[in-house]
Design a binder for this molecule. Structure first.
Ligand code: MSP
Length: 507
């Protein structure tokens, strides 16, 4: 049964024409952060990622390497799974489009659309871009190339068509009645302009190559790769065999995508779903692009950055934090090694790490290595405790709109407040003059650190776990609801260890 506690979040399924880079790692990190946060908040989460393995692009890449397509996709899909493990993604499923369950789902969706009269056979004559796996109208070409700059080729073949033009009005109505469907707003406007300018029927099958899902009953046609790929969001819910998860999670779905693939998710996908009698997903959020030292990351420029050595060298939390913090809602983010190191040292080591370390070491050495007892609270104490408590709602609001950089910003505001509080309250001085007050200050700080650790566990899961261990929190205390219970005074605390080491820049 659906209740508004369900939360379904997906990444795009990644093309296996190349090994992963930080751009693809990013979408996964954002999705994982939101999935973790929602679980912390007691939501019933389903988080799905996977690989998109069919299509001409993949077929040609495999051939170029002298490998059979299946052999090749098995290899590359493994590297995405491996990365998911290294990123500690908490995905509940990993879909591969070459799996029988997916082929079955794609064919079932096709049949539903066809049975409702939205698919017809005709001839396609027009431009196709293999790199984008997209058809382009003549008017969209720029200097004879796709608007993305990639080469196009002329295609003329028998093809099935999806009656996309019939969905122009229903889509515009849907956008108007669901203003939150496409985010951020700037991108919503782009989609609206595109749909308002008129929709042509879409060619959805190909006959000139074989690497794809066969069209039901038409073995020499294979499905347009986007039509098959988009269906993965239903495959993961057990479509067409099981209804339980569809009822529970659909249409409570949030699709995270890069801005380059918004059109497929915000125009084609809801149209396919409407045609099949499903509701469109709840939201499509399009993030910006990563650039490297100011330049767009691309294979041809040779500046693709592999996330694995970065995790090896700097740590997973460090990479997750940097990427989440560095990409503001709707804009592009720049990856620079020197900025990365600078953020690790200032925001993680100096601000967060140091706060935890100095407070917990002080308690360990000077306050009986246990949660101290608080006496009367001053207004400074109350203000800081209140700001830690308000952080819960602020983070919820940011997570609701996928503003992961805001989640970081709010956390670090409280970290900054707590550090200033340590400086002004100076527990080391109180130790000599007023031990009761010192204990109160330490109690306030432990409670604030508890809030920070629980809430930041969606962003920096490894460090947050270590901090929660150092606060001696039990497993059932490591969630948002548990923050409403007071700390247990007198509970013994283990010897603290640093959680965010400083990095020495090489040059
Ligand atoms: N296979 C399709 C998606 C099908 S979903 C039904 C695809 N795959 S992709 O591997 O090319 O891209 C996957 C995701 O990675 C997209 O969201 C894309 O925007 C993202 N990124 C790829 N390079 C990127 C950057 N340099 N920066 C940020 N994200 C980018 O499209």
């Amino acid at each position: 049964m659906k209740n508004n506690n369900s939360y379904y979040i997906t990444t795009p399924i990644y093309y296996v024409n190349d090994v992963p880079h930080i751009g693809s790692a990013y979408t996964s990190i954002v999705a994982d952060t939101l999935a973790r946060f929602m679980r912390l908040d007691g939501r019933d989460v389903k988080f799905v990622t996977g690989t998109d393995e069919y299509g001409l692009k993949v077929e040609r890449t495999a051939a170029g390497k002298g490998l059979g397509a299946q052999e090749y996709v098995d290899q590359i899909s493994k590297s995405f799974r491996h990365l998911a493990g290294k990123l500690l993604l908490t995905n509940d499923d990993f879909i591969r489009t070459t799996e029988p369950r997916h082929v079955k789902a794609a064919q079932a969706l096709w049949n539903r659309i066809s049975d409702r009269g939205y698919i017809y056979k005709s001839k396609y004559a027009g431009w196709y871009c293999v790199r984008d796996e997209a058809f382009y109208a003549e008017k969209e070409l720029v200097d004879g190339k796709a608007p993305t700059g990639a080469d196009v080729e002329w295609v003329e073949e028998e093809s099935y068509f999806f009656a996309l033009s019939k969905f122009q009005e229903p889509l515009l109505e849907y956008y108007a009645s669901h203003p939150d469907f496409i985010a951020p707003n700037s991108r919503r406007n782009e989609v609206l302009r595109f749909v308002e300018s008129g929709l042509l029927d879409l060619s959805i099958s190909r006959t000139t190559f074989k690497w794809g899902v066969p069209v039901p009953g038409e073995e020499n046609h294979i499905m347009y790769v986007w039509m098959d790929a988009l269906t993965n969001y239903l495959t993961a819910l057990g479509f067409p065999d099981k209804d339980v998860e569809i009822e529970k999670y659909w249409p409570e779905s949030i699709h995270l995508v890069g801005k380059d693939i918004l059109r497929f998710h915000a125009v084609y996908w809801p149209a396919f779903l409407m045609a099949a009698g499903f509701e469109p997903p709840k939201r499509v959020f399009a993030h910006g692009w990563w650039t490297a030292d100011g330049q767009k990351i691309s294979k041809s420029l040779g500046n693709a950055i592999d996330p694995l050595p970065l995790i090896e060298e700097f740590g997973l939390d460090q990479l997750r934090y940097f990427m989440l913090q560095q990409m503001p809602l709707g804009s592009d983010g720049d990856f620079s090694r020197s900025l990365f190191i600078q953020k690790i040292n200032s925001n993680l080591a100096n601000d967060y790490g140091n706060l935890v370390q100095r407070v917990l070491s002080f308690i360990y050495k000077n306050a009986g290595a246990a949660i101290p007892q608080a006496e009367d609270l001053t207004s400074e104490d109350q203000i800081l405790l209140e700001s830690a408590h308000q952080l819960i709602d602020k983070m919820r609001q940011a997570a609701d709109i996928q503003a992961t950089h805001k989640m970081c910003e709010y956390l670090w505001q409280v970290i900054g407040d707590a550090n200033r509080y340590v400086d002004t309250q100076a527990p080391w001085a109180l130790k000599k003059t007023d031990v009761l007050r010192m204990n109160t200050v330490l109690y306030v700080l432990v409670d604030v650190i508890r809030h920070l650790a629980v809430l930041s566990s969606a962003i920096v899961p490894l460090a947050a776990e270590k901090i929660m261990d150092q606060l001696a929190l039990t497993v059932t205390e490591r969630n948002i609801a548990a923050l409403n219970s007071p700390l247990e005074v007198g509970r013994a605390l283990p010897e603290p260890v640093g959680v965010f080491p400083r990095i020495q820049p090489l040059s």
